[in-house]
Write a protein that binds this ligand. Structure first.
Ligand SMILES: *[C@@H]1O[C@H](CO)[C@@H](O)[C@H](O)[C@H]1NC(C)=O
Ligand SMILES: *[C@@H]1O[C@H](CO)[C@@H](O)[C@H](O)[C@H]1NC(C)=O
Ligand SMILES: *[C@@H]1O[C@H](CO)[C@@H](O)[C@H](O)[C@H]1NC(C)=O
Ligand SMILES: *[C@@H]1O[C@H](CO)[C@@H](O)[C@H](O)[C@H]1NC(C)=O
Ligand SMILES: *[C@@H]1O[C@H](CO)[C@@H](O)[C@H](O)[C@H]1NC(C)=O
Ligand SMILES: *[C@@H]1O[C@H](CO)[C@@H](O)[C@H](O)[C@H]1NC(C)=O
Length: 626
């Protein structure tokens, strides 16, 4: 009996401890101090920032902060245009989940430097932010932030030049939040990105992050902008020290302190109204926070109000105490609105009892995540980038086709509605100073219609795999250093309308299928090559290149043989003459000596020639026989 009780207690303890382990699990968090050679810890929260890594290029340098809310980091990384129009951080080994991804911008600490760069930011290929002139003067514009699902184990954050200075980045944060955080339960939620437009903490005077509020790490360390008044004199602040019930709960884990201050309407203006500028024709998700902290409200029915957004009533008869179940208890309402104009107006209209009250407001722009480019095609382009030693100024970082505002230079994209992916239908890299060779992986670009690599210095063979890109219509490889023969496989390209191979070092026979196509409407150019043959306009091919070269060697050998024989005969005759002359003038000693020397020279040269003759003969023996 006692033993049994012990067992049950033990099991219970185990259950409890596993429960606490689960609840104590920390979210994945990755913070990078851009441009830093060392890991950094910042006060007052002792936050760890990893030294810089995972960037595609750029230059590390000293930073000046753009805003009082920027993390106190001393370095940044900036991306001059010479390194390409798009630069990225590609961070791997990010566990699958929902994340808040945040980038703080910086300014290069150099008085000669163009001070306020304007550029675009994309996360996972979807453009989420465009810096606006004057961003350095606005606290909330010191960073870009998006909440999204990361599913493939990596995060790609890219910066796109818009021609207004070099993108400069102070920090990157990838902070896991609850899988249901800010989640809209519609079918497409997976593919939605919430871009943070603003977070307001009403009735408080200091900017705060979740960390300052000692909020849960599952909240994503949100930034809260302080608002002491909506319209001066029309509202007043209330606050409390009491703890707030149901605040730091799943999925959004709002800090308790967020609900300990609020703005309340006064008699001056019946409505409590917040107005802000927004981008027109977008969808916004709006989250409103309430907790009844006003000591004059004791129960249900004493403060009832409607909430309208741009004139449309979104919530009718809001009674905070009733809906949250108690005083000092958190109530969160969210709604999605499409805004046509340039302003967002949130109005709290009192209906019963006291004026309206509000603790916090969050506004997100809802952005549909863009479909990516087919993985195989991205890999093929990366191989091409490497093989052709693509110049840095072309960039080619991130996704080739998205954001649609910033595709790669030289890559033409098309959306494939069947695969729901982008594909490459054209490559135009003519006159770009490319070197190296064309990789066989080019055939992985199976939707290619145009390939123009004219006017570069590409060497080696034309890969025969090109013949498998059945959609290819225009192939221009003119003015390069391609050598070898034209692959027979190009004959399979039945859609080919234009083939320019002129100005290379190609040789051999033009494939019969291509030659035949000349009769049709297609236009081909094979001129200015080392030794192409076999179609009208080029020279006639010999019966067979190898056979004709063998005949050439045989004839050559015969000629050499005849010449040598002739030479030998002449030499032999001359020596006979000399010997006879020696016999005649045997008594004239000085002459005799000179002539002996001459004879020896002759002998030596004859010996050498004989050797040479023998070598040529043996080398060509088999070919003469065959
Ligand atoms: C950055 O600042 C440090 C001193 O804080 C200085 O030693 C260093 O030279 C600076 N680096 C650059 C690139 O200006
Ligand atoms: C806004 O949402 C509606 C309906 O959900 C959708 O049809 C529309 O395309 C969205 N607009 C934008 C700009 O995303
Ligand atoms: C957001 O609002 C919808 C209904 O408008 C509701 O179903 C959902 O639970 C709300 N989400 C949160 C986290 O409060
Ligand atoms: C390829 O590019 C060159 C140089 O820009 C251009 O002259 C040529 O017409 C292009 N080729 C085709 C087939 O369009
Ligand atoms: C073609 O060019 C490459 C690289 O320049 C060279 O290695 C190869 O031997 C050449 N092939 C022929 C058949 O000339
Ligand atoms: C073919 O290319 C040569 C230069 O290599 C050029 O002179 C000629 O005009 C081209 N022919 C056609 C038909 O385009």
């Amino acid at each position: 009996m006692r033993w049994c009780l012990k067992m049950i207690l033990g099991a219970l303890a185990l259950l409890l401890s596993s429960g606490t382990v689960l609840s104590r699990r920390e979210p994945f968090g990755m913070r990078i101090s851009c441009g830093s050679w060392l890991d950094v810890r910042t006060t007052p929260t002792n936050t760890l920032w990893y030294k810089d890594f995972a960037y595609t290029g750029g230059i590390p340098t000293n930073a000046t902060s753009t805003s009082s809310i920027s993390p106190p980091l001393k370095t940044l990384r900036y991306f001059p245009l010479s390194g390409g129009p798009e630069s990225c951080y590609n961070i791997n080994r990010v566990p699958k989940g929902r994340y808040s991804v945040r980038v703080f911008f910086g300014l290069v600490a150099n008085p000669n430097y163009d001070s306020e760069p304007l550029f675009d930011v994309s996360i996972e290929g979807t453009q989420v932010h465009s810096l606006r002139p004057g961003w350095t003067t606005l606290m909330e514009q010191a960073f870009a932030e998006g909440i999204l699902f990361l599913k493939d184990g990596s995060a790609s954050i890219c910066f796109h030049s818009t021609g207004h200075g070099d993108p400069a980045v102070l920090s990157i944060e990838i902070l896991q939040v609850d899988d249901n955080a800010y989640y809209l339960r519609s079918d497409s939620s997976n593919g939605l990105i919430f871009r943070t437009v603003t977070r307001l903490n009403c009735g408080r005077g200091k900017p705060k992050f979740d960390e300052d509020f000692i909020g849960s790490h599952w909240g994503g360390d949100r930034f809260w902008n302080p608002v002491l008044t909506f319209v001066h004199g029309s509202d007043k602040q209330v606050s409390t020290e009491e703890s707030i019930k149901q605040a730091s709960v799943s999925p959004n884990f709002y800090p308790v302190a967020l609900y300990q201050s609020a703005l309340v309407g006064t008699d001056k203006l019946p409505e409590l109204e917040y107005i802000m500028d927004v981008d027109p024709n977008r969808n916004y998700s709006i989250w409103l926070h309430f907790a009844e902290i006003d000591p004059s409200i004791r129960g249900v029915g004493q403060r009832v109000f409607d909430i309208s957004i741009n004139g449309n009533i979104e919530f009718k008869g809001v009674d905070i105490v009733k809906m949250s179940g108690d005083r000092e208890a958190a109530l969160v309402l969210n709604t999605t609105v499409t805004i046509d104009g340039r302003t967002l107006t949130i109005s709290l209209i009192p209906r019963v009892g006291h004026h309206a009250l509000i603790n916090a407001i969050e506004v997100f722009e809802i952005i549909t995540a863009e479909a990516k480019t087919l993985v195989d095609e991205v890999r093929a382009l990366q191989k091409l980038k490497k093989s052709l030693a693509l110049p840095q100024r072309l960039g080619w970082n991130g996704d080739p086709c998205i954001p649609q505002q910033h595709p790669w230079v030289g890559a033409d994209c098309q959306f494939d509605p069947v695969k729901s992916k982008w594909v490459i239908d054209g490559i135009s890299l003519d006159n770009q100073g490319l070197r190296g060779s064309l990789p066989k992986e080019i055939s992985k670009l199976s939707h290619l219609q145009t390939l123009n690599l004219s006017g570069n210095s590409i060497q080696g063979h034309i890969p025969s795999s090109l013949g498998s890109i059945s959609s290819l219509q225009i192939l221009d490889l003119s003015y390069n250093f391609f050598n070898g023969s034209i692959p027979e496989s190009l004959g399979q390209l039945t859609s080919l309308r234009r083939l320019n191979l002129n100005g290379n070092s190609l040789s051999g026979k033009v494939p019969a299928e291509l030659g035949g196509r000349l009769l049709h409407r297609a236009s081909f150019n094979f001129t200015d090559n080392a030794g192409l043959c076999g179609i009208p306009g080029l020279r006639k091919c010999g019966p067979n290149l190898i056979a004709s070269s063998k005949i050439g060697i045989a004839i050559g050998a015969l000629v050499v043989f005849l010449l040598l024989t002739l030479c030998l005969v002449i030499c032999w005759k001359r020596q006979k003459n000399i010997l006879r002359a020696q016999a005649i003038s045997a008594r004239e000693a000085p002459y005799a000596k000179a002539r002996t020397q001459f004879a020896r020279d002759l002998q030596m040269s004859r010996h050498g020639s004989t050797q040479g003759h023998a070598r040529i003969a043996s080398e060509n023996g088999p070919s003469l026989l065959s």
